[in-house]
Design a protein around this ligand. Structure first.
Ligand code: NAP
Length: 255
């Protein structure tokens, strides 16, 4: 146990919000494979979170892996999650703000609640977690913050005014925070996935999927693991000089 605690102390530890399914799960597994103890946050689906934890543990049987329920759109819950991550992991060095939702529709039909729900999680949840984690990382003078944006936060998309506004805001937050935290050796970057095959995109109609695939230069959907690989790189020592960037994983859509 003492040995394990010592090892945990020496490794950089990661929290992934919405790490139970889709892209977040792939990020958690990639970070575990890279040797980082991880905490997987989820909101309601404990089975998916346990499955994700099993996959991380398979990557390295000796690695500490935790799951933690929290709705990060709630300010208090988000702050509590960051505190719990620090306590259970020993220290929080890598924060991946991945939890996100869509509430699509044309603006004429869109309810204000659809805007609020999306903003509360995608933007405010990211903001709350960044703020609380930054306090801890600044003390340690080290940190990696990775925010999950989207190509539609850069290019826009009909039917996603609320979602694209939330992701554009995440990009602004990322660039500003990178400037605030650089002097403490904390990097802050955003990943902008294109069309990735997850539960989030499964609800699209076949017609919409066909049209989307046709618009992608590489002519296929991305895999969550292809986003996970970039997150693991951004968390690594090799990425120490990369900050304030928005990096696409989109098969050429954003080119
Ligand atoms: P997903 O398959 O729907 O998974 C969403 C994850 O977020 C789940 O782990 C879910 O946990 C968690 N979550 C939902 N609400 C939460 C809350 N209030 N608090 C904490 N966790 C919450 O989504 P995804 O496709 O992997 O997307 C992940 C991120 O990538 C999102 O930010 C999304 O906007 C972004 N993105 C996705 C795509 C794409 O094509 N898929 C493209 C661009 C950007 P439970 O299972 O417990 O509900």
């Amino acid at each position: 146990m003492e040995e394990q605690n010592k090892e945990q102390n020496e490794k950089t530890c990661a929290l992934i919000t919405g790490g139970s399914r889709g892209i977040g799960r792939a990020v958690a597994v990639a970070l575990a494979k890279a040797g980082h103890p991880v905490m997987i946050n989820y909101s309601g689906n404990i089975n998916a979170a346990e499955e994700a934890a099993m996959l991380c543990a398979t990557a390295d049987m000796d690695l500490p892996v935790f799951i933690e329920q929290a709705d990060v759109s709630d300010e208090e819950s988000a702050a509590k999650l960051i505190k719990t991550a620090e306590e259970k992991l020993g220290h929080l060095d890598i924060l991946v703000n991945n939890a996100g939702i869509t509430r699509d529709g044309l603006i004429l039909n869109m309810k204000t609640e659809d805007l609020d729900e999306v903003m509360n999680l995608n933007l405010k949840g990211t903001f709350y977690c960044c703020r609380e984690a930054a306090k801890l990382m600044m003390r340690r003078r080290f940190g990696r913050i990775i925010n999950m944006a989207s190509i539609v936060g850069i290019r826009g998309n009909a039917g996603q005014t609320n979602y694209s506004a939330s992701k554009a805001a995440v990009i602004g937050l990322t660039k500003s925070l990178a400037k605030e935290l650089a002097s403490r050796k904390i990097t802050v970057n955003a990943i902008a996935p294109g069309y990735i095959d997850t539960d989030m995109t499964k609800s699209m109609s076949d017609k919409a999927i066909d049209a989307t695939i046709k618009s992608i230069p590489l002519k296929r959907a991305g895999k969550p693991e292809e986003v996970g690989a970039l997150a693991a790189f951004l968390a690594s020592d090799e990425a120490a000089y990369i900050t304030g960037q928005v990096i696409g994983v989109d098969g050429g859509m954003g080119a």
